[in-house]
Design a protein around this ligand. Structure first.
Ligand SMILES: CC(C)=CCC/C(C)=C/COP(=O)(O)OP(=O)(O)O
Length: 480
């Protein structure tokens, strides 16, 4: 189990998918000793990560007669770390795992006083960024670098992981060249100087969502779509007048390139960039898999523009929506459904009439993943957006709905909503979704990537986007 865990954290598990699948069902038969907190917690987490519904009853043996975690476990550092990570795999109603999180967090924090500094730092890192919540490539780099300091560990595995990280990174760099060339030729940033010009940031998103090397096309196509989304977001949030936005939204609903003469010049450029981009992505899917998905992709963009217009109207009317209305709309404007629908067709596995109907109709899996994206987006960017003038974010709404509580309390409330939503997302992982494990993993990755991208705006100790771009896309890991 430790080997499987190592391979997954090092980012090389995809080379051993079949072996891991075969071995993970054997974890069900794992009989841990009565005080083996490490093994039990690891077994539980691995099973749930692989989509098996492991029972929380395996933790009952660690409780005393009063129903609390046994005090003698409080010095078992390795066991506590493993329990802490396992506690992130819980679903609604699993109180035992919430207690496990409290117990392990409290004791790990206390241990940092007596641990030697480098170990205390590692414990602090895993408390702040628990494995089930962080982006795969970020974890791989962190784990490889920590591993190198531990001379007892197997040097062949680390050599493979380093080689893999660097060679996949050079693939990413070739993809970035293609993306940047497309972006330059498209010329949106040049024509529309008010709009965000951040192709690398868009690419970081898609590395987070589709990290495996065979997903090149997904990374490039979805990064292109996100780059256009950012431009449209700026048109709706800051540049366009309400009348222009209504005209544009109606033109998008008609989806007729012949009917855009009446739009302002800058909107014609946006319209045609989007139009061509949908056609080009659909062409790739047609070529690779044989499905013409222009109507499906168009529908996603029509919904995004409608939702952008709803936000623009709220802003113009000084309207503060209810939290649920805000989130439902904000999940769409953040591009969640669009990115995941693109992923579904570009990956092209398990595409059946049943799964396609489900995917095109905003499934719960996508909703929960997008809810985490929207909430993290607000934690990370709401301050700037409020200063610039934007629709009330979930933080302002939480303040208002709870009797005008403080900013800190509202932020805590939003973090609580994220934790709650993760439980719903974990449920998708262990339920038998017809969408298949690849798409479930992609959706979980979207939620994890949101945290990496936005956490810095909530907690300055978290890496900034520039730091992540540098360490994941630019700087190789040095052999030593
Ligand atoms: C892969 C995906 C789906 C990436 C999403 C990119 C994103 C959240 C754009 C909205 O940014 P923003 O912070 O400016 O949004 P808003 O103005 O809506 O708050």
């Amino acid at each position: 189990m430790s080997l499987i865990d190592d391979l997954q954290r090092l980012g090389i598990a995809y080379h051993f998918d079949e072996e891991i699948q075969a071995l993970s069902s054997q974890c069900f038969n794992f009989k841990s000793g009565k005080d083996d907190l490490f093994g039990t917690s690891l077994c539980f987490r691995l099973l749930r990560q692989q989509g098996h519904n492991a029972s929380i009853d395996m933790f009952l043996k660690f409780k005393d007669n009063n129903g609390r975690f046994k005090e003698e476990l409080s010095k078992d550092l390795r066991g506590l770390q493993s329990l802490y990570e396992a506690s992130y795999m819980g679903v609604e109603g699993e109180e035992l795992l919430s207690e496990a999180m409290e117990f392990s967090k409290h004791n790990l924090q206390a241990s940092m006083d007596w641990l030697q500094p480098s170990l205390a730092k590692q414990v602090g890192m895993s408390l702040a960024f628990p494995t089930p919540r962080i982006m795969e490539k970020f974890e791989a780099r962190r784990y490889i670098e920590n591993w190198k300091q531990d001379l007892r560990k197997n040097s062949e595995i680390i050599e493979l992981a380093t080689l893999d990280f660097n060679s996949v990174q050079s693939l990413y760099q070739r993809e970035i060249i293609e993306l940047k060339r497309w972006w330059r030729e498209l010329g949106l940033a040049h024509k529309l100087p008010f709009a965000r010009d951040r192709p690398l940031e868009c690419f970081l998103w898609t590395v987070g969502i589709f990290p495996e090397p065979n997903y090149s096309e997904c990374r490039i196509e979805v990064a292109k779509a996100v780059a256009i989304l950012l431009v449209l977001d700026d048109v709706y949030d800051s540049y366009g007048s309400l009348d222009e936005l209504i005209l544009f939204t109606e033109a998008i609903q008609r989806w007729d390139i012949a009917g855009i003469d009446h739009l302002p010049e800058y909107m014609k450029i946006c319209y045609m960039a989007l139009y061509n981009s949908i056609n080009e992505t659909s062409y790739k899917v047609l070529k690779n898999h044989g499905w013409c998905i222009i109507p499906e992709l168009t529908k996603q963009w029509q919904k995004i523009c409608e939702a952008f217009l709803v936000e623009a109207r709220w802003f113009c009317n000084n309207h503060v929506p209810k939290l649920d209305d805000y989130l439902n709309n904000g999940i769409t404007t953040a591009g969640t459904y669009m990115a995941l629908v693109y992923g579904f067709y570009l990956i092209g596995k398990q595409v059946t009439k049943e799964s396609a109907d489900l995917v095109n109709d905003a499934p719960k899996l996508f909703y929960n993943s997008g809810r985490i994206l929207r909430l993290w987006d607000d934690l990370g960017t709401a301050k700037d957006e409020q200063e610039r003038g934007d629709v009330a974010s979930s933080i302002e709404i939480c303040k208002k709905e709870n009797g005008f509580i403080s900013e800190d309390d509202a932020r805590n409330g939003v973090r609580g909503l994220i934790d709650q939503t993760w439980k719903d997302l974990n449920k998708e992982l262990i339920g038998l979704s017809p969408l298949g494990q690849s798409l479930i993993k992609v959706s979980l990755n979207l939620a994890r990537t949101s945290q990496l991208i936005y956490q810095h705006g909530d907690d300055e100790k978290a890496p900034s986007i520039e730091d992540s771009i540098h360490s994941l896309l630019i700087e190789p890991i040095h052999y030593s």
